[in-house]
Design a protein. Sequence first.
Length: 256
Amino acid sequence: MRDDTWSSPGRRGEPTSGGPSATTRQGRVTHPPEPPAPPADAARAEALRRFEARRVREELRARMFGTTSGVVRVERFEVRRRLGEGATGLVYAAWDPKLRREVALKLLAARPTRDDELLLREARALARLSHPNVLPVYEVGVSEGVPFIVSELVPGGTLRAWLEDTKGPQRDAVLDVLLGVGRGLSAAHGRGLTHRDIKPENVLVGPDARARVADFGLALTSQPDGGDAGGPPLAGTLRYMAPEQLAGEHVDPLSD
């Protein structure tokens, strides 16, 4: 792996033994037993921490010395700056050199209640969904054991920030945005996805005042038998949960 790619813990340059060797009375050299491997969740959290620390170091180096040799990449995507952090992972602005466009890159954090394959399956379902009120997903994959999702980078901010920024009542503009949220959710529901965490922070509004429903990290996928795939029954943001969701009962598109 090249120096300009993301390396996960336990790779090049790290000791593999549990500690320094010890010498017995007979002069033989022994090694302490290997420590147990960390849980997958802890390993992923450590991978994300190391990745962010390296990104910050390279950013500081570029600012101080004007060098660009330390570009941090996830697969082909060049990470440019950090946009935020949520319950589902870290979000960065990145550059796609293949298609020559700026994108949003999300690295998924450890989620003991969800299976990576399920998260990726839901992301692929979104990638097949083309609707002006749903944040488009361009690519999904796994890099060094950590799933990532590449989507449109929307200039602007969240619905909450947009509402706080809007001067005066602007009822018609607000109504248009909220209707757009409803249309986006309806399109997702048509693909068998229940969002379960719809809130102002999970809706992006661009300079065009068009709403884009985002962050389907807690979504449930409907199954042909009418059931749901994966995820705990109680998940979401407390103040925005539907009563049946808060009670841990079955949720469906009506809960959104």
